[in-house]
Design a protein around this ligand. Structure first.
Ligand code: DGP
Length: 115
């Protein structure tokens, strides 16, 4: 846990936020500034600053984060219409919160952009 990390506080229950999913390693909640009808953030409970900080030993965690995106896509009924999973890593990607998070977006056609 990083004491000044907002997502650590959410995962630890110090910042009141409705969790849409939680298990021993992962929590998920709605993005405060949604860019689509469904916009969830999926994070490890452990403070991992970004994708770049995942290590070989974290391969299971990385897989479970992705599988949680699939699970939530079904829960939020965007599995058939389609959805996007992305993570911003570092300055040029615009990562604003330094705690690894997957964005899960869906519920409307998403722009076909890579940039
Ligand atoms: P990124 O640019 O990938 O680091 O996106 C960070 C996202 O986190 C951004 O879409 C807004 C969201 N966010 C920031 N602070 C909070 C918060 O306190 N609560 C929630 N639910 N979302 C937050």
């Amino acid at each position: 846990m990083s004491s000044d990390c907002i997502f650590c506080k959410i995962a630890g229950g110090q910042l009141e936020t409705e969790l849409v999913y939680e298990d021993s390693e992962i929590v998920a909640f709605k993005d405060i500034n949604p860019q689509a009808p469904v916009h969830l953030l999926i994070i490890p409970r452990r403070h991992v600053p970004s994708l770049l900080d995942l290590q070989e030993d974290d391969a299971d965690l990385a897989g479970r984060l992705l599988l949680t995106a699939n699970r939530l896509a079904r829960t939020f009924k965007i599995d058939q219409s389609g959805y996007r999973v992305l993570t911003n890593c570092g300055k040029d990607a615009g990562q604003a919160v330094s705690h690894l998070h997957l964005h899960l977006l869906g519920g409307r056609p998403l722009l076909q952009t890579m940039g």
